[in-house]
Design a protein around this ligand. Structure first.
Ligand code: 8IG
Length: 273
């Protein structure tokens, strides 16, 4: 099956509307209030947030369908929160480094907006520049630096990003965990990790966490009129920050230990949105 987003003449916002209609049909849930993209380390939050009403293979939703060679791209879930609100949980992120173009990267966010969601929660796994951050530390995203040299916006679409990572939503997150650290996330194209010199460079530029997602999605969410809340799980110190060589096993272990803790934290925060 070819992806309609591959047609340069297609309108990505209309395709997102079709995807939202697919979700309503498949889930029986007419509209969603909140949407979440769960990145590395955050997946368990979907289980503890509320009651899963429907789980939909992403490949059955317009625009999410992957080219034949790529295998599956995850699932979308409709979750009923204790508050009665409905959450769309996106477990199917397309990364910029996959090379399918920015329209594919932000399709899930545009779809979330088209389902009615007014809040977009974006989560990721990232490298940390603050040596104080043990692997497994959740960090609230206060702002971002988009180093992909591209934008999800097309044409003369000028969008204000002054309060992109909503001050209002960040305040709610910090009410739940008063000692939650905040930092600036920088999105690099990847898929390689950084050299130590590049990590020093992005530190000078003002970044605290480094990763390969989120910034482009946040811009698209704001274009769609959503409030954005973002979290990084620092699973490793960025290259050269620690003099201890990075151990993949330690990183996996830190992620595993952190997952129930940060999932409960995220569920708690989402319950108050
Ligand atoms: I998890 O150290 C994770 N994702 N660019 N650098 C970049 N992305 C990451 C890193 C990191 N850790």
């Amino acid at each position: 099956m070819t992806n309609p987003l591959m047609d340069p003449a297609a309108n990505p916002h209309e395709i997102a509307k079709r995807a939202a209609d697919d979700i309503a049909r498949a889930s029986g849930v007419e509209r969603h209030d909140i949407a979440l993209t769960l990145g590395s380390g955050w997946a368990k939050a979907a289980d503890v947030m509320g009651e899963t009403v429907a789980e939909i293979p992403a490949t059955t939703i317009t625009g999410f369908s992957a080219p034949a060679l790529e295998g599956h791209v995850g699932t979308l879930r409709s979750v009923k929160l204790p508050s009665g609100k409905t959450a769309l949980v996106i477990g199917a992120r397309t990364h910029y480094y996959e090379g399918h173009g920015v329209r594919r990267v932000v399709h899930s966010v545009r779809t979330a907006a088209a389902t009615g969601a007014s809040i977009m929660v974006l989560t990721n796994g990232a490298g940390g520049l603050n040596p104080q951050w043990e692997p497994g530390t959740p960090v609230l995203i206060s702002d971002h630096i988009n180093m992909t040299a591209t934008s999800p916006l097309e044409g003369a679409t000028f969008i204000d990003l002054t309060d992109l990572y909503s001050t209002r939503l960040r305040r709610i997150a910090k009410e739940v965990k008063t000692d939650l650290d905040e930092g600036v996330y920088i999105q690099l194209p990847g898929p390689h990790y950084e050299t130590p010199a590049e990590v020093r460079m992005v530190g000078v530029l003002g970044a605290n966490m480094v990763g390969m997602s989120t910034a482009l999605e946040a811009i698209a969410a704001r274009e769609a009129g959503m409030e954005v809340l973002g979290f990084s799980l620092v699973t490793n110190l960025a290259a050269g920050i620690s003099d201890v060589p990075l151990s993949h096993d330690d990183v996996i272990e830190a992620g595993k230990t952190a997952e129930p803790v940060i999932s409960a934290l995220l569920a708690d925060i989402v319950g108050r949105l």
